[in-house]
Design a protein around this ligand. Structure first.
Ligand code: ADP
Length: 311
């Protein structure tokens, strides 16, 4: 999890847990569609659970579990494959991007990734799906798949709708593409203060500002956007003025941002350290979550199969 995930999705998830019956899923079956180290998978799963809980997904107020613990996800995905037009999948920009990033392993799972994602949602009759902007296309497809299924086999799934945060697309520290794990242009939610500063100190700002004495333009500076989410109003207002008059340099401005990000992430990192040192506790949460999900998932599959004449 990086601050793009946090601002674009996670903050919304935390906000939503008291408004909805929320289910959060660590998608290990999705993760295996790109090269990975099997020996590292369980560590990554526990890590994902720890970061998410540390950032506010209180397991007392929502369900959190691992996708592969509930076999109905892949069962429903297979069925949904049969109502998903190939042409729709071919249009998915994430598939196009990932195919470019992983040329040596463009597998069928990568291609049908959004169908499994639709199954993740529809299995629980999911209605509100909080995501970043990059995922909107997949939610639209899930809606399309739900409608196609309903048309062919009778009313079964509600229309899932995307819920965007006020920061649906955070750019990476390179200022060129969206912040993303795979591009390495991110600040992690559990990054150390030293590392946060190191990454920010080389991050791209207004590229037209070559010298300290040149006036800057916060409107096109990616780090100014981060200030808007992490800094205090008076700091933001001041930077918005003194950057334009070159009264503040990028280094000083970055230092303010760094301090504020460090301060915002400190409680998350502290809670994360506690959680990750107790893998049994995390495993219990994930198994208890899966048990609740299975009860729902089995009911959905019974209904789906009956409607399809499969039992
Ligand atoms: P990544 O792109 O780093 O692999 P994921 O695909 O795991 O991230 O995304 C998890 C959630 O965070 C999704 O809802 C996604 O839309 C959102 N998200 C990812 N990157 C960003 C970003 N740069 N800005 C805003 N939201 C994002």
């Amino acid at each position: 999890m990086h601050i793009g995930n946090y601002l674009g999705a996670l903050k919304n998830w935390v906000r939503m847990i008291d408004q909805y019956d929320c289910i959060f899923c660590i998608v290990d079956y999705h993760a295996i569609t790109i090269e990975y180290n099997p020996a590292d998978m369980q560590r990554r799963i526990l890590n994902a659970a720890a970061v998410n809980i540390a950032a506010g997904l209180d397991p007392e107020r929502c369900i959190i579990f691992v996708q592969s613990y509930v076999p109905e996800h892949t069962e429903l995905a297979w069925i949904l494959n049969t109502v998903t037009p190939m042409g729709h999948l071919e249009r998915m920009t994430q598939f196009k991007d990932k195919s470019k990033q992983h040329r040596e392993n463009i597998n069928a799972g990568l291609f049908t990734y959004p169908v499994l994602q639709a199954a993740d949602i529809l299995l629980y009759h999911g209605e509100a799906v909080p995501v970043g902007e990059d995922q909107v296309q997949h939610i639209e497809l899930a809606r399309e798949i739900a409608r196609k299924f309903n048309m062919r086999y009778g009313e079964t799934f509600p229309d899932p709708v995307e819920v965007l945060s006020d920061a649906p697309r955070i750019m990476g520290l390179d200022g060129k593409t969206k912040m993303s794990k795979s591009l390495g242009n991110y600040i992690s939610l559990v990054e150390t203060p030293e590392s946060i500063w190191k990454k920010l100190s080389t991050a791209v700002t207004d590229e037209n500002r070559k010298r300290r004495t040149d006036p800057g333009n916060p409107d096109i500076c990616n780090l100014f956007t981060l200030h808007k989410y992490f800094s205090r109003k008076e700091q933001i207002d001041r930077i918005n003025t003194v950057c334009r008059t070159a009264e503040i340099g990028c280094i000083e401005c970055k230092k303010i941002l760094s301090d504020n990000i460090v301060e915002a992430l400190a409680p998350i990192r502290m809670r994360y350290e506690q959680l990750i040192s107790d893998p049994d506790y995390l495993a219990d949460i994930l198994h208890a979550g899966a048990k609740k999900c299975r009860d729902i998932a089995v009911n959905t599959m019974t209904d789906v199969k009956k409607k399809m004449g499969l039992r």
